[in-house]
Design a protein around this ligand. Structure first.
Ligand code: TXA
Ligand code: MG
Length: 311
């Protein structure tokens, strides 16, 4: 299935959704649009299908995957929801919030999905094409971001093909992703405490969180990630000639995250700017500073990782 075969591009219509579901049911890999980034989906109950995700991405096997569900009822068959988790799900699903919860022993999930952890990460996505595929497939779908491991997350079908063409069965083209940043991940503990593991588009009220040091608990949250493959300079006040300039606010730049300084617009454009910067002939990248508040926290989290050279 994966390997030398060409990757099909499907349109996000009834026929495309049906074809995507057919490939997924047979254990194949399809990149699907979500409201955050494109995900590389495979059925979460199949060891073979999950192994293909790790292989196609070159992802380390200790880094667990998010399982996407059609609704709360399907999620409750996979993990134990206490009142706090149920509340968060009812408030934010479908949407860009991932809940890390105790996994049910009887859950029909391939063990590799949660990489040996006793928990599982669950998300009910809002994107209509993704929802249609979940419905048509009838099983939960594991889906990490649809990029080679360590690279920038994709917000268009073209980005997906830049690193995975020929390595996956198909990509369903649903146009650009609206949020543009991966989901917020929170762990809900057995006693109801909530810990933020990854900042994202949903800002869960700070009073809901326990303060904790930045321990690397989401094993994918490594210092270097989202790498465009060139040196990245942050908080640039001015740009040099050999730098691809990524601006924020009213300033001249090769790519501007938001001329009006709007964080939502900046989040939606961030990865597209990084892909453009990676493709450009300029050997380095410089990025203007982005305020570290609200959605800006999630943007700066990704920028810091993009600027950290790989080991
Ligand atoms: O918006 C998103 O969340 C996208 C779309 C496709 O849904 N997905 C995504 O997946 O960002 P990925 O694989 O790139 O990031 C998943 C993160 C990783 O940092 C992983 O370590 C963490 O979730 N994770 C998964 N299962 C976990 C678990 N049981 N406990 C802690 N962290 C977990
Ligand atoms: Mg990722």
């Amino acid at each position: 299935m994966t390997g030398k075969n060409a990757t099909e591009t499907l349109t996000a219509d009834a026929a495309g959704v049906a074809r995507a579901a057919e490939i997924l049911r047979a254990g194949g890999l399809v990149a699907l649009p979500t409201e955050t980034v494109y995900g590389l989906a495979a059925r979460a109950d199949s060891d073979g299908a999950i192994a293909r995700i790790y292989e196609a991405k070159g992802r380390p096997s200790f880094n667990p995957l998010i399982v996407h569900v059609a609704d709360l009822a399907q999620a409750e068959r996979l993990a134990r929801f206490g009142p706090v988790a149920r509340d968060l799900a009812e408030q934010h699903w479908p949407g860009p919030l991932t809940l890390v919860l105790p996994r049910r022993a009887e859950a029909k999930l391939a063990p590799a999905v949660s990489a040996g952890l006793p928990t599982v990460a669950l998300r009910c996505p809002a994107h209509p094409a993704m929802r249609a595929v979940l419905e048509a497939t009838g099983v939960p779908l594991a889906a990490p971001s649809a990029n080679r491991s360590g690279y920038v997350s994709p917000t268009s079908a073209a980005h997906v093909l830049e690193t995975l063409d020929g390595r996956i069965d198909a990509v369903l083209d649903g146009g650009p992703c609206l949020a543009g940043l991966e989901s917020t991940i929170v762990a809900v503990r057995e006693d109801g405490r909530v810990d933020e593991l990854r900042p994202g588009p949903i800002i869960v009220a700070p009073r809901d969180f326990t303060a904790r040091e930045r321990r690397i608990e989401a094993p994918g949250q490594m210092a270097s990630h989202y790498s465009p493959g060139k040196p990245v300079r942050l908080n640039a006040l001015s740009f040099k000639k050999d730098e691809f300039a990524i601006g924020f606010g009213d300033m001249p730049a090769d790519c501007n995250l938001s001329v009006s300084g709007d964080l939502k617009e900046a989040a939606a454009l961030l990865y597209a700017c990084l892909y453009e910067a990676a493709r450009s002939a300029k050997p380095r990248i410089a990025i203007a500073s982005v305020p570290d508040e609200g959605l800006g926290r999630a943007i700066n989290d990704r920028l810091r990782r993009a600027a950290t050279p790989p080991d």
